[in-house]
Write a new protein. Structure first.
Length: 480
């Protein structure tokens, strides 16, 4: 049946950390704002985790999910390409399928808006050609979004001074980015990554609108800075909306918990377990794994730890193949006797765990996280304080925000890029789980949880933002 409701096409780039927030945005547009929603899922393989996540998503019958046939770009890449290059190329290759699929839509009105993340900018010409509004969805903080939107207007001398003299990078209306927390492209202002990021930022500001997975009360300064009337608002063509927190929060009833980890958690006291996970792609060296194991033992706390086979020198080593198993192989890298010694106190889960359910479980009391934004939001929305252990991308900025601004995390101290020792791991875990400091963090994070929930209510700021965005789409539909 063809109706006049707007139809949004969402293009999700490879990686669970990209797919999950796109699906949550799609669900929100469908259930609260009357959109028809099609989600194009781009994968590099027939990833089983992707299918599982999509199966767990409610409203699947009304969300139109289109799987782009798996794309293999390996023969087009240079040796050891940066993660971003592989994702960008995969997205580019997906476009002919996406275009023909949009053009052959018959059971729904043609999509009037295209929503892409930072990796989907190559779809802009297609969307313009098909008369669609273009939205870029930053599934991350307003602070990172602000840095990106301001980037084309930044004085290059300031960036050079940031890179060479380690001066903080000033962003009007926002917290400055410290050199220790900076983004990789800013490290070499003459490098390829810098140029690529700059080209992307110049494209993003031309979108009809920008969405960010955050909320006003979490980041009052940065969301104000990027608003239409804000200090950075003049750098974007369209409005910038904070629409979050859009996360999978899954609370299962004890009788419905089939997963072994969740059943184990059922037997543990409230807020007594620290969950340790480095996102969908995070991996560490073998030495570092041993130190984490040591730290967990020394901390004398209950734990659930998601382990992956080590990947020397590549912190995002599992990004593409987390779903492809590796299975129990990861366990071979743990110290001799670790699993036996910690039996009953801790659980080691190879490769992938039901994170949303774990963080939502009453037994979980802390989270050692790499600070991927989805993990951060999932932790906050479950009122769980964190040990911030950033690995790559904008995670160091997220760690700064959590520990320095919001006071809901303690942060791992980098020791010259070397291995973080078990003693430090144990100390940080105990600060969150046992010490008085942890009690304060728990209180603050529970306040943030309430504020995030409020933003999504009928009178909340994020709900209001998506109402504004949907009005823009309706006007566009009527005008076309
Ligand atoms: N995730 C999960 N199980 C795992 C690891 C990750 O369910 O074992 C989910 C996690 O809940 C989050 C997403 O994968 O929703 C990871 O996104 P995030 O932004 O935290 O990090 P990224 O993987 O993009 O670095």
């Amino acid at each position: 049946m063809v109706t006049s409701k707007p139809h949004a096409a969402l293009l999700a780039s490879p990686g669970m950390g990209h797919l999950i927030p796109m699906v949550e945005l799609g669900k929100r547009l469908l259930t609260h704002h009357g959109f028809h929603v099609t989600i194009f899922v781009v994968t590099t393989d027939s990833a089983t985790t992707t299918s599982q996540i999509l199966q767990q998503t409610s409203n699947l019958t009304s969300l139109n999910i289109v799987h782009v046939p798996p794309i293999d770009v390996s023969d087009k890449l240079p040796p050891n390409p940066p993660l971003a290059i592989r994702i960008l190329l995969t997205m580019l290759e997906s476009l002919p399928f996406v275009r023909s699929s949009i053009l052959s839509t018959t059971n729904l009105p043609p999509p009037s808006a295209l929503i892409v993340d930072m990796f989907g900018l190559a779809a802009f010409p297609m969307a313009r050609d098909l008369g669609m509004l273009i939205y870029v969805y930053f599934a991350t903080s307003a602070w990172f979004s602000a840095v990106t939107l301001y980037f084309p207007a930044m004085d290059k001398k300031l960036i050079e001074s940031h890179a060479e003299n380690h001066e903080p990078l000033m962003v009007p209306g926002c917290e400055a980015v410290l050199f220790e927390d900076t983004l990789e492209p800013f490290l070499s202002p003459r490098g390829e990554m810098y140029e690529g990021y700059l080209t992307a930022a110049k494209e993003i500001v031309t979108a009809d609108g920008i969405l960010m997975n955050t909320w006003q009360d979490l980041e009052p300064a940065a969301t104000k800075a990027v608003r239409e009337d804000g200090i950075l608002g003049r750098f974007t063509k369209g409005p910038v909306y904070a629409v979050g927190p859009l996360v999978r929060t899954v609370e299962t009833k004890p009788e419905d918990r089939k997963d072994a980890v969740l059943r184990w958690l059922d037997g543990q006291p409230a807020e007594s377990v620290i969950y340790v996970s480095f996102g969908s792609g995070g991996t560490m060296s073998e030495d570092q794994m041993r130190e984490v194991a040591l730290g967990l033992e020394l901390s004398q706390q209950r734990f659930v730890w998601v382990v992956r086979p080590p990947c020397e020198g590549d912190a995002s080593g599992s990004f593409f193949d987390v779903a492809n198993g590796g299975g129990d192989v990861a366990l071979n890298y743990l110290p001799e006797g670790f699993v036996k010694r910690t039996e009953g106190v801790g659980l080691v889960v190879p490769m992938w765990a039901p994170q949303a359910e774990i963080l939502g479980h009453p037994a979980t009391g802390g989270f050692v996280t790499h600070c991927g934004w989805n993990s951060v939001l999932e932790s906050v929305l479950n009122g769980v304080p964190m040990v911030a252990w950033p690995l790559y991308a904008e995670q160091k900025m997220n760690a700064f925000m959590l520990s320095e601004e919001l006071g809901v995390a303690v942060r791992v101290a980098e020791e010259g890029g070397g291995v973080v020792r078990g003693e430090q791991v144990a100390e940080l875990v105990r600060r969150v789980m046992v010490d008085k400091e942890g009690v304060g963090m728990r209180k603050k994070v529970k306040e943030l949880k309430l504020s995030g929930e409020k933003a999504l209510t009928k009178f909340g700021s994020s709900h209001h933002s998506l109402c504004e965005m949907s009005k823009d789409c309706e006007v566009h539909v009527q005008g076309s």
